[in-house]
Ligand binder design. Sequence first.
Ligand code: LLP
Length: 437
Amino acid sequence: MDRKYLICENVSVSDTGRLLFAGQDTCDLAQQYGTPLYLMDEDRIRNRCRIYLSAVKQAFGEKAKVLFASKAASFKRIYEIMNEEGLGIDVVSCGEINTVLKAEYPLRNAYFHSNNKTDADIAFAMDHGIGYFVVDNEEELLAIQAQAKERSIQQKILLRITPGIDPHTYAAVSTGKVDSKFGNAIETGMAEAITRLALAQDSIDLRGFHCHVGSQVFDSDVYLRAADVMLSFIADIKQKTGFTAKELDLGGGYGVRYVPTDPSIDIRENIIAVGKSIAEKCELLGIDIPVILFEPGRSIVADAGMTLYTVGSVKKIPGYKNYVSVDGGMTDNVRFAMYGSAYTVLPADRTDRPFDMECSVVGRCCESGDIIQNNVMLPADMKRGDILAVLTTGAYNYSMASNYNRIPRPPIVMLAQGESYVAVKRESFDDIVRLDV
Ligand code: LLP
């Protein structure tokens, strides 16, 4: 097999041509736990957390924070790991908050996002001691003020600001432009208006501002520009209202390698560059450097994940196309169906065979759009019973999984220090029917 397919350092091949993940034999793991199967390399996740934390501390000092954007992968064990690694977290729903609580992760270190928090959401989060709300709009701000007052607390918040930057990624994950369902644009005056409104509330403790320009971003200049715009806004607000923002959250979004042609980003180098630029800009504007936060999701967990499937059939339609059907599909990985996302697909066994068959790798759902990947090169002798691996599935795969066609979701097996253990059990048919009355 061409070594270019080994797109992350935790993917390798044994002497006997078997695909290894985190040093463990993927065929053995498939045999032991069954397929479809999500694997997660815990050592890799911890390593990414440490790189982020040490980079932000080097760039911005001890107070800087890294929040794991847990929409990328939300289950109890991940919050335990984040707690052990000293990361804050970003949550977007009470479902995520409840998982956080069950993991005994301290909710005071959590930031609650989302563009529409209901009154019940706000109450649930406050009653359990949420650290911060990242407030999206004026109605929400007033709802939080009312509930904070009722409880006689000062609620810490950040305001979500739209800096008006195009991150050059796919539309579904582009959030920093003025025309966005998220946040308050500086350009339209909405950002200033909501800041003034927040400052006028007696139960709101406005700590600073947040922005998130998009996801799967490779252009590092995007962060420099976002920081630049946000700091100018902070200086402007200070001059107009006297309010000094203590925190600036620059969001998440750093891209990861799904296929060999994707670049690889040096997170530390990038963050240090953002640090330098922020220091210079603050000096120029005559403002103190706020506490800086980053909110990565994908770049912490994506390449720590791999999905294993068993091939059910290899259909070669003469004059047309070849289809390799696997025992999972859009129910455990909807990203190709939703965004046309690229993935690297490899056989788990006998990787030394020539990859001489072009095919579509498809799922088992009753829908033609149930495709994991098109134009994949695989060995022509692939057959029923072979194991296939899809790389880089640690972000937004399990968290976006569904029960379409009443297909149970796969388990998550963690790989740590040469051992493996179940972090999320395989869903059963009875689990799926449990809520039916
Ligand atoms: N912060 C905020 C406010 C966000 O909205 C997001 C992602 C992040 C942080 C983390 O971004 P990351 O570092 O993971 O790129 N389902 C899509 C991704 C949606 C991203 C939503 N927001 C996908 O599968 O590509």
